[in-house]
Design a protein around this ligand. Sequence first.
Ligand code: SF4
Ligand code: SF4
Ligand code: SF4
Length: 289
Amino acid sequence: MCDHCLKHGTAGKWYLNARNYSYEIVEEYNLREFLMEQYKNFEQIAVRKIAGFNGVGLGYKIQMPIIGRIVKRIAEQMLHSTKPPTNPFKAEGHIGQVVPLDDAIAILEHCAMEPIIQKYCMCRYMHRGEKDACCINFGVMSEIIEKLPRFIPVDEKFQLTREEAIERFKEHNEKGYIGTIWYGPYPYINNLCSCANPECAGIRPRLDFGINSIYKAEYVVDIKSDLCTGCKSCIAKCQFDAINFDHIRNQSVIDKSKCFGCGVCLHACKYDAIGIHPRKDFPELKGIY
Ligand code: SF4
Ligand code: SF4
Ligand code: SF4
């Protein structure tokens, strides 16, 4: 369990706390207008300056000895903020965690408020110009997106039943997209995403720049050596470079220190050789999120 779950979770996971998806939280934190303003201007958030810095040329800035540390600290303080948000142009309190398929289904079955919608992924749109309807929103967030046509899928359904949302998430997960759940802003949970690196604005800062922008999942996988045939199908699925091939044993092996527990490699294995386990069961991974 990560520190955040210890402080904010029920059932050991912050994202299974149904209250954080509720209309009650939206009213308590006065989030309707805030979210409308934020999503109306979504594309500007990455380029607006915060404390004199923005995300343009982030790789270069992060490498600078003093400036790099300042940028990293400002970014992490902003993303992990648990104070009521004040500025819709800042990604305040916007922290997420990787979730495997079963936890995503639990979110959609038990926590997500209706209406449930699918919208275009803005990370892919901004980085690749691709329109891919793979973000699932709930409750008030869905009502806000309904007023912003550029997010609404043209050739696909917009509003989804709970069952349709589960089916859509499964399709994305089987394709290899990483399931992620997000505060937006804390403590309101409204986005279940299906992400890919490097375009995901949540995953890339962590992998490329060492900014703690997303937590690893509550899980980690391992490979049963008696079942692995060495077919290598799982290796290409892993976006975290956590699967290596052992040429002596002719088998794949997981580097648990790199595994984010997304579980997408399970879909690639026809031999049932990959198992997914709670991260807390591995003492060497204690506190590593
Ligand atoms: S977090 Fe993931 S799915 Fe959501 S907008 Fe970004 S890349 Fe797309
Ligand atoms: S897909 Fe399964 S059988 Fe093939 S290398 Fe990976 S773990 Fe082994
Ligand atoms: S090895 Fe870990 S990080 Fe890589 S795909 Fe499998 S679960 Fe995800």
